[in-house]
Design a protein. Sequence first.
Length: 351
Amino acid sequence: MQAAVYTGKGVIALQTRDNPRAGADEVLVRIHAASICGTDLKILRGGHFRVGPDETRVLGHELAGEIVEVGAHVGHWTVGQRVSVVPNIGCGHCAMCRKGLNNMCPDYRAFGIDIDGGFQQLMRVTPAALYGGNLFEIPAGMNYEEASLIEPLSCCFNAWKDLAVTPLDRVLILGTGPIAGMFLQLAKAYGARQVIVVGRRAARLAEIAPLGATDTVDSSAVDVLDEMQRLTGGRGVDVALTCAPAPELQVQAMAALARGGRMNFFSGLNKGTTVQIDTNKVHYWGLKLLGSTGSSIQDYASALQLVESGQIKVTDVVTHRFGMADAVAAFDHALSGQGMKTILYPQEARL
């Protein structure tokens, strides 16, 4: 089989490997679609605490495929079932896992992080993932590309569910990448009265706006906070989400919040980066500052239902698709910052 392999800082190599076999407590999945995430790019740049700059790993944690082999001890799953995977596998016995928060487990393991992931033609699903409930059957009518994008949507839903957005709310989304596009769709699905997206490139703003924005703000051309005041009649926004790893966005989001406002620091910053917060505003204005990382198995199930119902069109954030022979080019493209979501099709030589 072929695999796109991280072989050290800045390097993705297309390799030919022996076909894996499923162990007695495993299933083997033929990967049909795997999307490139910002975390994959962070690892490629050498910036992830669980993947060293000199390690070798098949990345890819947003994936979907079909089962082609089932271990002798595995029940329920059968050859031919179409499946997608929740990447973060909890230990199963810590306090977070006992609450159903596999994504918050301090000892989690994850496909594409410390277990070989989806940028290969065949992938073993480990016993811990099977017995932890991390494998999902893809609903009839949902294609592999849609299924591969359930994972990033589930991370967005994890952040979204605690913001309690209603049709009375004004929502601010800072960033114009695929995550911002998914939040735009969530805001539209939940009926937010106003959805403002901020970005620094006019072309990207024009590309993402149809996903649900009522207003766009080009931060390279205007003062963001002045524009927030104008667009909201001086009131500010009820909900803000930072969807790019830039400290200035967190400052802007805080400053733009109205009384009783809520925000989620969705994109993490580089290690050691700090942001000053006006705690008096938090105190006197009754703000709620939230954080989230990854998604639980329940979040994933909820995201799957949102896509299956047609409320969210996850493939609307996809702009580029590559076959396996062009896997290195796919990463080069994703690193360039052009377009939004990039999908790799491991079973296709070229698209």
